[in-house]
Design a protein around this ligand. Sequence first.
Ligand code: AMP
Length: 408
Amino acid sequence: MNSGKINGGFSMAKLTVSDLKDLKGKKVLIRVDFNVPLKDGKIGDDNRMVAALPTIKYVTENGGKAILFSHLGRVKKEEDKKELTLRPVAQHLAELLDKPVTFVPVTRGPQLEEAIDKLSDGDVLLVENTRFEDLDGKKESGNDPELGKYWASLGDVYVNDAFGTAHRSHASNVGIASNMDQVAAGFLLEKEIKFLGNAVDDPKHPFVAILGGAKVSDKIGVIDHLLSKADKVVIGGGMTYTFYAAKGIKIGNSLVEEDKIDLAKQIIEKAGDKLVLPVDNVVAPEFKNDAPSEVVEGDIPDGEMALDIGPKSIELFKDTLKDAKTVVWNGPMGVFEMSNFAKGTLEVGKFLGTLTDASTIVGGGDSTAAVKELGVGDKLTHISTGGGASLEYLEGKELPGIAAVSNK
Ligand code: AMP
């Protein structure tokens, strides 16, 4: 472990929470990602909370006082506070940890400071939603220097375990970190760095990237970066048809970004035979699940739109993936929210589950949802907890939240 690599073409071991030996009595500030789906005070998927438990337990079992910070949703107006309080999250955390969690319903001031003073070794405290600080001038999201400094003053050590926000410079990650002597990565952040970082910087070959989703513009950086690292880059989903347009293949009414066609041409030229595009598609006259659909090869007929990849493409993609030693997947192969156009995405997910010899990494967002729906999650090497963060990581960008972690 601890061989985490950070992006940018160089590798450097980062300080991790297991390097912090002397935690007894220390106030350990931990940035977690408890941005969970909440409805009427009930938590939907608690994966992110479960994923943070190893770090919290490590700190408390070593006698540290765990002081947790997280954001939840976007706080834009005063009324949002009612829906976006972390109180139910604190209750759920207490159940997960099987011990009391002190919830402090404010983000600063004497009430918070006194609650921290009262903590005994091994206790856990959760501070209210850090984005409550956004109401008065975006102090959290804008990384207000005074706020980061204040939060840092509440603890002795800082651990960042929130990968989902690592691509942002907020007061609760970069702000606190820049005011602490020692900043460690939590186990979850360490895992993300290890798997995503190693996949991109030190992959076992053949390395195949499979990228889907709606827009070329969102993924252009990822495609570009991975073309320089991977042996094959497979493209599916809505962005396919901008590439089709660039190749002069007819696209009917399929999704296209006209202003990205030239860019797609450049990518095609640069990529040569590294780039693998669908050869057939499931098309329909309307963007509706029950629209009459058919499979067509090559040109998409006028009046039709491509909503999924076809059976020959599925076989082609499987063939491209079958000998891979490293696979990174991001984005669906079609409109997988509609059951009639979900097959391409589901087949790819299922096939990844059979590649037991390969390191298979799913880069967050919709592909994570597909993998979970299929129940193949435990057959894959790593499912990233961060959508935007994992994309930026795959683009080779340095993420501010990771850059702020101390080197060993
Ligand atoms: P992204 O957020 O970029 O990963 O894109 C995910 C979205 O792309 C999903 O909501 C899909 O429904 C959509 N999508 C995938 N394939 C297509 C397609 N062929 N036409 C339109 N939308 C698509």
